[in-house]
Design a protein around this ligand. Sequence first.
Ligand code: UD1
Ligand code: UDP
Length: 371
Amino acid sequence: MDKRIAIVFGTRPEIIKFSSIIKHCQEKEIPFFTIHTGQHYSHEMDKIFFEQLQLPEPDFQLSVKSSAAFMQGEHTGKMMEGIEKIILKERPSDVLVEGDTNTVLAGSLVTAKVATVQQLVSFKPRLGHVEACLRSYDKSMPEEMNRVISDHLSDFLFAPTENAKQNALKENLSEKKIFVTGNTVVDALQLMEKQIEKNNAVQKLGLKEGEFALFTLHRQENVDVKERLQSILQGVAQFAKKTGIQVIWPVHPRARKMLGKFSIPVPKEIRQEKPLGFLEFLQLEKNAALVLTDSGGVQEESCILKVPCLTLRENTERPETVEIGANKVAGWKAGAIASAANEMLSKKANWKQPFGNGKAGEKIVDIVLKH
Ligand code: UD1
Ligand code: UDP
């Protein structure tokens, strides 16, 4: 069967982390097509990344906007319906998904189900999970559920680190399927390196290098629970007050929605901004004194950019960052956040990042082509 790769994505981090794979396919003239589920759709969560990373327009756009948080079955189901039609018509040899979103779950389930009816449809797509085998061991998170299911359905597990590979082996996933590739986020940062240098977002926002903290928050378990959202904001504000460090918060649409729903005022110590483009965000991240976040990708990037990070969750599926001293898991209680932020602020960035050499995308495509 001739190779033709389907690349399925739908959210901000997936667009970013698929960028090097898409570019490698273009450069080497490897047949591929892209499916955008439309999970993220606002310009600053979607189009801006295509523009800045110079990615081709998606070949298929499903426009399945995310629905209410308590309707994730409907959300995933609609995406599955759209993806299935395209897979059956286009008959790719391989389908790639990236990360742990509902888009990943939909793409993985459809691919695995089509493979079970190979006799009827006369082809069998293989599933490759990029950034596979991460585990928080917290099944209350939708992301953990999505990752576990996708990993157990996949033919290729592209684990970013050796630690991730060990997680998969503990679940008796076949070693033959696991490839330690590094994380494609390193590729994306290298791709943008020169442009980050030239970007002047720090100056434009009236900030001074190394004198501000960058804050992001969007995870369901944090922003959809009033007590937690309030407590995190208080903790971050306490830290800002005590240290005099200005905190910049590009507010994710989900957090924006929940602030309104709960009528929670944002403390004056936290300066709100709209979600930033990748370049602007990376410029801020690189020049921040501290990063405070519940994002997965931001934990990785701050580690790579040598800026200490505080994770505003009870656990992390990126424990490598904690082990090398780049990250600390602070939970959601205000007091714990304020004191851990203080501690991390004085952290010396002398760690070696564990996410690879920027060739993950290339390795992943080569593995798919070779097997
Ligand atoms: C999703 C992923 C999460 C990932 C995050 C990246 C799931 C279960 N969650 O969370 O793992 O870390 O993306 O940012 O897949 N909204 C907009 N415009 C947009 C996108 C979202 O206004 O472009 C608002 C909508 O009100 C929407 C809400 O944000 O209902 C939540 O969006 P959704 O995609 O369901 O979840 P995220 O929190 O973005
Ligand atoms: N990001 C961005 N602008 C922002 C906030 C984040 O470009 O205002 C980028 C960030 O550089 C990282 C990615 O978005 O690459 C992380 O996505 P997010 O935090 O939404 O999701 P997660 O990684 O938690 O799944």
